[in-house]
Write a protein that binds this ligand. Sequence first.
Ligand code: FBP
Length: 332
Amino acid sequence: MADTTTWTDDNLMSLQSHVLAGERAHPGATGDFSWILSAISLATKTIGNKVRRARIEDVLGELSAENTHGERQQKLDVIANDIIKSCLGSRANIGVLVSEEDEEPTVLRTRDEGGRYAVFFDPLDGSSNIDVSVGVGTIFGIVRLPADGKGGVDAILSPDAKIVAAGYVLYGSSTVFVLTTGNGVDMFELDHSIGSFVLVKHGLRIPETKKIYSINEAYTNSFGNGVSSYLQWAHNNGYSSRYIGSMVADVHRTLLKGGIFIYPSTSEQPSGKLRLLYEAMPMAMLVEQAGGRAITDTGRRILDIPPTKLHERTSVVLGSSAEVDHFERHQS
Ligand code: FBP
């Protein structure tokens, strides 16, 4: 019997060829993205291996050292950070690297020396879940630096710096790479048999509504009135709760299934916990590109916040647009 498989582009589309095809469609594209994304692809495949073999290679557990946020670093936080920096460091079009694990940015070269982009990243998000084999991930944002030749932190925090691509890699039951370059969201899965991220979903759209909220209710006593009133309403309207405690995993579920992810400001953390540049903004760009919304708990669009510090925090409310609308209605 003849093989009836329909051979379409998707079947054979790797991350690299998909990005290259996208660039070919843009006159004047320089190949910068595919060059940077190939480094991120290589780094995250390597990190994925480390995460999967963590107990075998005995790279689990905490180090005595603390990161810039005063949090005890996991061994794999540092390993992942080094892997990403060594892969991205070799890309001549990158000027600056900003990592959750490093207090200061790594300045590689000035704009005039070809460093047109900065890459912000959380090397291993949800690291408190590593030891128990729960989904963790790498989050990144690619920013085109202003043309005025400014370098270093000034360039990164300049209002002319524009986030032009964002993504995350989830190291879960499968290794998934979710990416936007400003033209919708695509999802790739690592096919271990060929060592390639293969396109599995082109033009991913977040469901308009879904009665699932994701928040750490252990902090209920320190939530503001608006958050408490929304949760009361959700409880009275048949919502279900899902919370993994790894932002990448909770946002991935929200993107695919719909619902709302909330990490609000609390009395203990008045500006929220999650970091603006390398957690909130990349996720906000992905959710918006998939048709959802991403705001702070005071209703401000996360992508409109002008960053003032490298490691500043923000409250995060993102997900299906109708669900974020419901949340917003309870804040006034
Ligand atoms: P890091 O692990 O990168 O520090 O990220 C912070 C994080 O673990 C998020 O992934 C997650 O959404 C949140 O903190 C969980 O915080 P909490 O334990 O307070 O609910």
